[in-house]
Write a protein that binds this ligand. Structure first.
Ligand code: PMV
Length: 321
């Protein structure tokens, strides 16, 4: 009863920030994301009758047992499979963990995929989407490759691939401006925004329109329309973050320097746009044919430690046992 799986983080073009009040980690809004081939999480799981609790090793370090998300996710998997065994989970990221690079999304997508294989659950069972969501609201998106739409459906989540990696040759260049983990997690930050930001209601009110328009632009491969809307949606989310009490300032000075550089590149005719999640790293989205130019330009921005570039990635998948 063991298996291993890989999954890639994803970056949202239309963001999710805020949960519904109901339990189950249900997002308040849908989202649209790109799966990033350049970053990889690999997770191995082994169910073992000698264990009386689940054990999680993240990058080789055992994590505190009180992480309720892991146990909630594992309990849901056990219930689905009709199994009462506990497991050892070993997860490795080849990129900085907890630094705004969606490690929880790839982590929970890889966990659910590996656990399903170990427990004999069909990988296409739609209940796995809801189980991944218990771990992280953005994790269901990493179960799929290419460009992915996540929407609420009653008390559940539906998630679908709308573009395969082969259908649109896009790349993402990640400009790393600090490797330090963030001080406020997405989970805590978005709850604080819901409770205190005066702009949270406007964020919710305008969100469905952004999501619908952006999905249309993706289906039409309209890069420049998507660029303008994705940047707007990202800055709207960061406005909510910054007007949270106490404020959530996820940017570093170099984050702003990279945004400015991307603006100059686009003004000079290069097809590229930015997006930023709950961290200081900037993700530059561009057609793959200009990814080398974008990488060279962002590597030269003072304060950029390094860049990581890659094309659209595939969904979470089993890699062996
Ligand atoms: O899935 P979580 O709880 O790590 O939250 C993700 C939040 C953002 O990355 C900021 C936005 C998004 O849609 O990915």
């Amino acid at each position: 009863m063991r298996a291993a799986a890989v999954a890639h983080p994803n970056v949202a073009l239309i963001k999710y920030w805020g949960k519904r009040e109901a339990s189950g980690n249900l997002p308040a809004v849908g989202s649209l994301s790109m799966t990033l081939s350049a970053l990889v999480t690999e997770t191995a799981i082994e169910f073992d009758e000698s264990l009386d609790h689940d054990v999680l090793l993240l990058n080789g370090v055992e994590q505190p047992a009180e992480d309720g998300r892991l146990v909630a996710c594992m309990d849901a998997l056990r219930e689905l499979a009709g199994c009462d065994l506990h497991a050892t989970v070993e997860s490795e990221n080849d990129f900085p963990t907890g630094a705004g690079l969606a490690s929880s999304a790839s982590g929970y997508a890889a966990l659910v995929t590996a656990a399903a294989a170990a427990l004999g659950i069909d990988a296409r069972d739609p209940r796995l989407i809801d189980i991944a969501r218990i771990g992280s609201g953005s994790a269901p998106r990493s179960l799929f490759g290419g460009i992915v739409l996540l929407e609420n459906d009653g008390d559940g989540t539906v998630c679908e691939q709308i573009i395969t990696p082969e259908e649109w040759a896009l790349s993402v260049v990640v400009a790393i401006t600090t490797e330090a983990p963030k001080t406020v997690t997405s989970r805590d930050g978005m709850e604080q925004s819901r409770l205190t930001s005066p702009y949270y209601a406007a964020w919710l009110d305008t969100h469905a329109h952004d999501l619908c328009q952006a999905t249309g632009y993706v289906r039409d491969r309209d890069f420049f329309a998507l660029a303008e809307l994705a940047e707007h949606n990202c800055l709207k989310m960061h406005s909510v973050m910054m007007t949270t009490r106490p404020p959530l300032m996820y940017w570093s000075p170099s984050t702003l320097a990279v945004l400015r550089r991307i603006g100059e590149l686009r003004a000079d005719g290069l097809p590229v746009f930015f997006t930023i999640d709950a961290g200081p790293q900037v993700k530059a989205v561009c057609p793959t044919e200009v990814a080398d130019d974008v990488t060279a330009a962002l590597d030269a921005v003072p304060g950029v430690l390094r860049t990581i570039a890659g094309e659209l990635g595939y969904g979470a998948r089993v890699v062996g046992d």
